[in-house]
Each structure stands twice: as C-alpha cells, then as structure tokens.
Design a binder for this molecule. Structure first.
Ligand code: AQP
Length: 327
C-alpha cells in the first residue's frame, strides 16, 4: 500500500474549513492507504500560545481525528512531539535548505505580517519541519489544501537535492488536492479563507459549535446587497454558502443552485445552517463519547506514537549514516 502523511495544528478547535478541506478527505482515503495523521504540535508553538490550551486542544484534535472516522488500529494517529525524529530530521534538512527558498514562502509572509511582534526563526523554518514530517515516513501522497501547495513543492525540492547528493534516501511525495471548490471562506470576510485562529469568532464555524451557535453564525454571514442566489466569483459570500451546502449534502453545485432558485438569502442561510448542523452531528456525538473514555485515548496516544517512532527511526538512521553522523 502507498503511504499517506498529513497533519493539522491545534491552534484552535478545527473549523468547518479544516473539516471539508482536510479531515473529510482523509476519511475517504484512510482504507486504501497506509496513513499517518499527526497532530503537529511542534508547528503550533511558532505563534504565541497558552500552554494549557495547547495541551487541551491537541488532545481534542487527536480525538476528533478518531471521531471523524479515522481508525487508530489501521492508521497511525499521533502527536508529532512524541516522535523526536521529526525535530532531528528538521535540523538536518535545515542545513540543506536555502534562506532564499524560505523567503519566498507566502504563508511565512502572511503569518509574519499578522504576528509582527513575534517573527521567530521557527516561523521561518516551519516548511522545513513540514518537509521532515513528510519525508520521515517515505510518504507517497500528501493530502493538503491548496494553501499548502508551495510548502509541499519545497519538501519535494529538498528531498530531490538530498537524494542527488547521497543517493535514493527519500521518496519524492506527490500532493493530493481534494475536490475543487473545497476551499471554505470566512463567513465575515468571504474573500479570506476560514481560519481557526481568526480573532472574529463569527468568521468561522468550529466543528464543535453547538447547533444554535452554528445557525446564528450562518445567519450573520456576510452576503451582498443583491438578492439573487447565484454561484459566481463576484458574489463570494453567496458562493461560499453554496459550496458549504454542496459538500455537506453531497449535492453538485448545479443542483444546489436549482434548489435555491426563487428563494431568498434567509432561506439559503437557514438551509445551509441546517446542513452543517446535520453534517457535523455524528462527529460531535462520537467526539463526546470518545472524550469521556480517557483510558482509550491514552492507549491510542502511546501505542500509535510507538508505531510512528519505529517507522521514523528507520529513515532517520539512514539519513544520519549518509551525512556522516557517528552511528
Ligand atoms: N478554509 C479552508 N478551506 C479548506 N481547507 C482548509 N485548510 C485550512 N483552512 C482551510 C486545510 O486544513 C488543514 C489544516 O491545516 P493546519 O492546521 O496546518 O493550518 P492552516 O492550514 O493554517 O489552517 P487554519 O485553520 O487557517 O489554521 P491557523 O488559523 O492556525 O493558520 C490543511 O490541510 C489546510 O490545507
């Protein structure tokens, strides 16, 4: 079987965007591949955070992976920080990555503009840690949102460079992008992507939001002064709601547009809100049950972390040998 690696940061409770753009796709792939799904907690400390909150959110995220349908018997679901090989390989790969390459990363530019008072070296070398995450497991396929395309390209360049010097050490990973249109935008600023760390809580729907909160946030969603329900780039708010409804109900865009013909924005928002509430209900129910089972989650963390470590060390040993670090 081919290997898949992917991960998410516990910088907030994951949003409907993370669910549609990542988690939902992972579930559709998890049987056909050997999958590693990581809670990439080392990545999360590149921005200022509250330690207790990070610990709680990391555990919630790992639990959400399982609640969404990923299987810790078949897949490997683990904390990145429990496998020190990630940080070790990242250091080594730092020495094979150029400043110029990292300077070109648009996410770094965006994040450093948002966090002007804390532009730390970790934020700058974030893509190298991400390359290490992927390359450690000889990953074939990386399912990511479009926003991660540039980082994945860099991981491929670093791997190719390393292989050119030392022979075939790393597999060159291929990207897997989910369905077209599955980029979910902020409900308040529909030209910006929905983000879990958005300061405006009305901009995103968290997958653990209560039904009444979901309905309220969708009702407040920014649309436009027009009244027509049309799927068009010049109507980003309406387009986003149509996208969400389409994914949550499994209906193609054309049929969604037909469904809403002649209806108003009030109807659209009500039905979109309901589709989200219903779509997330099974996930929320399983999350509650799993969270209450502390012993089970602890066991998954331990056993899956060990399985990840075993695989990671195979690659790390090889890399250390190639670069001449003493065995
Ligand atoms: N709005 C989105 N629509 C579709 N997919 C999305 N992803 C993120 N936002 C959307 C995908 O979700 C995965 C999670 O990536 P991450 O946790 O590493 O962080 P991110 O991409 O930076 O996501 P956020 O929610 O915007 O987090 P913060 O606010 O912390 O920066 C990735 O596969 C991503 O493509």
């Amino acid at each position: 079987k081919k290997v898949i690696f992917s991960g998410m940061q516990a910088t907030g409770i994951i949003t409907l965007g993370n669910y549609i753009g990542a988690l939902k796709n992972w579930v559709s792939l998890h049987e056909a591949y050997d999958c590693l799904f990581s809670v990439v907690d080392l990545h999360s400390i590149t921005i200022r955070h509250d330690p207790a909150q990070l610990r709680k959110r990391s555990r919630d995220l790992l639990t959400l992976y399982i609640a969404a349908g990923l299987d810790p018997e078949k897949n490997i679901i683990y904390y990145q920080s429990h496998v020190p090989a990630h940080a070790e390989l990242a250091w080594i790969l730092n020495c094979y990555t150029y400043m110029g390459e990292l300077n070109r990363m648009t996410q770094y530019k965006e994040k450093s503009e948002k966090n002007e008072d804390n532009i730390n070296a970790g934020l700058f070398t974030y893509p190298v840690l991400m390359a290490a995450d992927i390359l450690l497991y000889q990953t074939d396929v990386v399912p990511v949102g479009n926003d991660q395309r540039q980082h994945l390209e860099l991981a491929r360049d670093i791997a190719t460079r390393f292989n050119n010097i030392y022979g075939e050490v790393f597999k060159i990973p291929e990207p897997y992008f989910g369905e077209v249109g599955a980029r979910i935008m902020s409900l308040q600023e529909p030209t910006k992507k929905m983000s879990k760390s958005d300061e405006n809580v009305n901009g995103f729907i968290s997958v653990l939001d209560e039904p009444d909160v979901i309905m309220k946030k969708v009702k407040r969603a920014v649309t436009d002064s027009d009244r027509e329900i049309r799927y068009s780039e010049d109507k980003p708010g309406v387009k986003n709601l149509i996208d969400i409804y389409s994914v949550m109900t499994g209906t193609d865009i054309e049929n969604v547009v037909n469904h809403f013909e002649g209806k108003g924005y009030g109807d659209l928002k009500k039905e979109v809100g309901e589709s989200i509430v219903e779509g997330l209900r099974p996930l929320q129910t399983r999350f509650k049950a799993l969270s209450a089972d502390k012993a089970y989650i602890d066991e998954v963390i331990k056993s899956n972390g060990d399985r990840a470590s075993y695989l990671a060390h195979k690659t790390l040993r090889k890399v250390k040998k190639k670069v001449g670090l003493p065995q």
